[in-house]
Write a protein that binds this ligand. Structure first.
Ligand SMILES: NC(=O)c1ccc[n+]([C@@H]2O[C@H](COP(=O)([O-])OP(=O)(O)OC[C@H]3O[C@@H](n4cnc5c(N)ncnc54)[C@H](O)[C@@H]3O)[C@@H](O)[C@H]2O)c1
Length: 351
């Protein structure tokens, strides 16, 4: 690769200095870089030059934390004055379209936008089409896509390591659009496009009344059937995928930070039967887990090589489409909704 190109440092800015924008890195229990500001500050390829938030206290706290002096209450002013190459959109999904439009008009090269991509399919389409038309890279921060262990687990399953897939179960909490957006995106990442969804509103509580939990079934075009089962996050957090193949079982546990593997062996309890036994995972799991820094280094790679992100605007749109399809099904008391949805009246106001 061209050395001159390698030496270019991209100028980045952030709109939204809340939890994912900055504050997650104030949590002493988090052992890996967990915010956009943390990931940019950690990158040799990027200068984090400016941040914006409507909330002055959060803005000043973020500036102090990361040593940024160009602080803006008005993100449009930041876009006008800072000649940014990269913008992180770390605000609530109802604001994403307007910020993306303003960023594209300012001449931005790449956008790292939080999930869910937007509040409606129409707005998501507008974001994706605008970025495509203007040659702007749009990357959605469904961060597990950038993690080596998740990618290797996917490759292992797709290459038949578990044999044929018999059943998949996903356990999650905290709303179908909030954490559910990560779940639906990850399922697409592993199993491809969805044929239909058939779901109901869950009895388990979600912390946001505008973003309920949903339980039910998702059928993939490749024949895999997955059950979605939600729990109340105020009792405990769970984000787990359990994949039962004909040759073994792989569980991705603890929000994606751990793996469990079971192999098929002769039963020691019943003659003529085989069972699943806990065993060493076929994927090395004790490797550094850096979801956010990997998301940022992938974005830099896309900018340098002019390629599309592995978590593109279209992928973000597809996750939102699934969230909308789930609502349409649940509103109709478990009616089967077949994809694709070209449009939907569902509005997603997840925070
Ligand atoms: N990828 C992940 O793992 C992950 C984790 C947490 C949150 N998120 C997503 O990130 C987004 C933000 O969530 P959060 O929990 O960080 O929220 P938050 O409330 O902690 O932070 C959002 C910030 O955006 C600011 N803001 C809103 N509108 C603004 C505007 N027009 N200009 C400047 N600042 C503005 C708010 O003042 C607030 O400080 C949501 O879409 C959420 O779903 C993603």
């Amino acid at each position: 690769m061209n050395q001159q190109k390698q030496d270019v440092k991209y100028r980045a800015g952030i709109v939204g200095c809340g939890r994912i924008g900055s504050e997650f890195d104030d949590d002493p229990k988090r052992k890996t870089v967990s915010s956009h500001a943390g990931a940019y500050s950690n990158s040799d390829d990027i200068d984090l030059v400016a941040v914006s938030d409507l909330n002055e206290e959060k803005l000043n706290k973020c500036g102090k934390r990361w040593g940024i002096t160009s602080l803006y209450k008005d993100y449009k002013k930041m876009l006008r004055e800072q000649s940014l190459d990269i913008l992180s959109v770390c605000t609530w999904n109802t604001t994403h379209l307007d910020i993306v439009k303003d960023a594209v008009n300012s001449g931005i090269k790449a956008i790292l936008c939080e999930k869910p991509i937007a509040d409606s399919l129409k707005n998501a389409d507008e974001m994706v089409n605008l970025c495509d038309k203007k040659g702007v890279i749009l990357q959605i921060n469904h961060q597990r896509r950038f993690d080596r262990v998740h990618r290797e687990a996917r490759d292992y399953i797709q290459s038949g390591g578990l044999g044929g897939i018999q059943q998949v179960s996903f356990y999650y909490t905290a709303g179908i659009a909030n954490t559910g957006s990560h779940m639906l995106d990850l399922l697409r990442f592993f199993f491809g496009d969805v044929d239909w969804v058939q779901v109901v509103y869950s009895q388990s509580r979600s912390p946001n009344p505008n973003d309920p939990n949903i339980d039910g079934m998702v059928k993939f075009k490749n024949g895999v059937l997955c059950t979605l089962q939600s729990c109340d996050v105020s009792e405990y957090n769970i984000f787990e995928m359990d994949c039962l193949g004909t040759k073994g079982r792989l569980k991705i546990t603890r929000s994606g930070f751990d793996l469990e593997y079971y192999e098929v062996r002769e039963s020691d309890l019943f003659s003529g039967y085989k069972e699943l036994f806990h065993s060493e995972p076929p994927i090395k799991k004790d490797v550094p887990r850096e979801f956010m820094t990997s998301a940022v280094s992938h974005l830099v790679e896309c900018l340098r090589e002019g390629k599309k992100s592995i978590s593109s605007g279209q992928d973000g749109r597809a996750a939102l489409e699934l969230i909308c399809a789930c609502h349409e099904s649940a509103k109709a008391d478990g009616k089967r909704i077949t994809l694709p949805l070209n449009d939907s009246k569902i509005r997603i106001t997840s925070k």
